[in-house]
Write a protein that binds this ligand. Structure first.
Ligand code: F6P
Length: 520
């Protein structure tokens, strides 16, 4: 069973949505709320510790029905089944897409279970001080060396779960910028630091360069024999890892059926397990699995990822919105947007459909954002009064972790007030000049979660994973490859040749030649 290959714009539902859009596009949500007191209770989903209020969207019940019809017509149900049953739905690379299998404890592949056990015993030894460095000292610092999916997920989760952290200091080195590497390692003690090199392919220039630099730095005061006490690696390319000199017992496998940007649930999450302990890592996985079941089994009308994806398609393809904003009202989620940017934009930034044809409609949205309330004092002006329509997700928690009620009340008040201001604007109120007019009618989703825990974080991440999958299915694109990043990698190699040989003429493009000339 392969994925359906249906051009969404040729469906009956799309046609109907186009007509419907013309009659609804100028409708005012302010009026809809005034006329219909049941709107928010109807347009919301309660699931586990999540409450999604999507009533502040430019949709009516009729819009939702038509969007749901679109999901049915593009055969979303069979696409979901194909993904979960391990069909090779990443057709351009001939791979299954089974990050969901990494967190299904009732149905676990033996190699996944085995690797989880290895993660558990490794991280427990490190946390409990049983793992000794070459000079017999326990580990105080863990450095994750990776980039993209081998960095963003673990970094984001370690920051988000800071409250649950133990004594280990966890650092992330990603950029090939040598200053970034030096700033990270300058205060580290070689004797008490453990380096985890994470690279699915083990061919990524940035990661291998950083790993080599750090290895050389380590060897300034250590010997080759000490490497096994201070270096571990996570990869599918076991041969290359062994060539790098990592001891066999310190190598953690990855599998081609897990995409890099969906890999934090695998051994790529080793630094997470070190930072917050294996039990919390497992809770993160179990939270994600709960969302998998919700996505797989619930009716589309009550299905959070499906609803969010359909709303996004509505704005992207009918209102012509170019971007979506995500604003978590929790400083812990400071790195969530950067993480989601890779997941969403690397997956759905495509312009050829699943039939191999050039696409003539919009696909992947631009995703951006930052934490509230900081964002309110930075870019919210443009969302309120700018000329662009920017659907925004507000994410907040009913309880804070330290229980400071005064702060929590203010945080929540700001979150809710912003969504109301964006909705209401100055509708039907007198203002004394045009500059003070707020049109309102700006779409938002509010996701209220009980508390930030490893489990709810897992569910939240999985929610966005499934949302982007649904969007890809509707847009008839392959969400799980990323050919677009390859050309840049190839050109970087050629350009590096021109720079290293001090020969600008070797560059192909005249602008690049001049840039190299100036830089040297
Ligand atoms: O260049 C993009 C990419 O291939 C991502 O998809 C991936 O997460 C990242 O590079 C890192 O790749 P690797 O884990 O193989 O080093």
């Amino acid at each position: 069973m392969s994925l359906p290959k249906i051009n969404p714009t040729k469906t009956k539902a799309w046609n109907e949505l186009s007509d419907h859009f013309n009659s609804l596009k100028d409708g005012k949500m302010q009026q809809w709320f005034k006329d219909d007191h049941e709107r928010s209770s109807r347009m919301s989903v309660i699931w586990e510790e999540f409450y999604l209020d999507y009533s502040k969207n430019r949709v009516t019940d009729e819009t939702l029905t038509k969007l749901l019809n679109l999901a049915i017509e593009v055969d979303l149900r069979s696409a979901i089944d194909a993904q979960f049953s391990g069909e090779p739905i990443n057709e351009t690379e001939g791979r299954s897409v089974l990050h969901t299998a990494l967190r299904d404890f009732n149905n676990m592949k033996p190699e996944v279970r085995e690797t989880l056990q290895k993660i558990k015993s490794f991280s427990e030894k490190v946390i409990e001080g049983e793992w000794k460095g070459a000079t017999g000292k326990s580990i105080t610092d863990v450095v994750n060396i990776g980039i993209g999916g081998s960095d963003l997920g673990p970094d984001m989760v370690c920051e988000a779960l800071q409250f649950y952290k133990n004594h280990l200091n966890v650092h992330f080195v990603s950029n090939v910028d040598g200053d970034h590497v030096m700033e990270t390692i300058k205060s580290l003690n070689r004797e008490t630091t453990l380096f985890i090199i994470v690279s699915k392919t083990f061919t990524t220039q940035e990661t291998l360069t950083n790993a080599q630099t750090i290895r050389n730095w380590f060897l300034e005061k250590g010997s080759e024999a000490d490497i096994s006490k201070h270096f571990a690696a996570v990869s599918t390319n076991l041969e290359a890892v062994a060539d790098f000199g990592i001891a066999a017992e310190n190598i953690f496998p990855m599998w081609n059926w897990v995409g890099g940007r969906f890999s934090l649930w695998s051994a790529v999450g080793l630094s997470i397990s070190c930072a917050v302990g294996y039990e919390n890592f497992e809770k993160l996985l179990k939270g994600a699995h709960k969302m998998d079941l919700h996505f797989k089994d619930s009716d589309f009308r009550q299905n959070i990822p499906v609803i969010l994806a359909l709303l996004s398609v509505w704005y992207n393809n009918f209102f012509g919105c170019e971007s979506e904003c995500i604003v978590p009202y929790s400083q812990y989620l400071n790195k969530l947007v950067a993480y989601l940017q890779q997941g969403i934009m690397e997956s759905n930034g495509k312009s050829v459909d699943r039939n191999g044809e050039q696409i003539d409609y919009q696909t992947g949205t631009i995703v951006w954002g930052s934490t509230g309330t900081n964002a309110q004092h930075a870019f919210f002006q443009l969302i309120h009064q700018g000329t662009k329509l920017i659907p925004t997700d507000f994410i907040c928690f009913s309880e804070s972790l330290y229980g400071n009620l005064d702060h929590q009340n203010k945080l929540l008040a700001n979150c809710f007030a912003q969504t109301e201001a964006l909705l209401q604007g100055t509708y039907e109120t007198e203002v004394d000049n045009n500059f003070k007019i707020f049109e309102g009618n700006k779409p938002t989703n509010t996701l209220l979660i009980k508390k930030l825990t490893p489990e709810t974080l897992g569910s939240l991440i999985a929610m966005y994973e499934h949302k982007l999958f649904v969007q890809g299915i509707i847009w008839n694109i392959f969400s799980y490859d990323q050919w677009g990043v390859e050309l840049g990698k190839k050109l970087a190699k050629n350009t590096l040749g021109a720079i290293e040989t001090r020969n600008p003429a070797a560059a192909q493009n005249s602008s690049t030649k001049s840039l190299i000339n100036k830089a040297l």
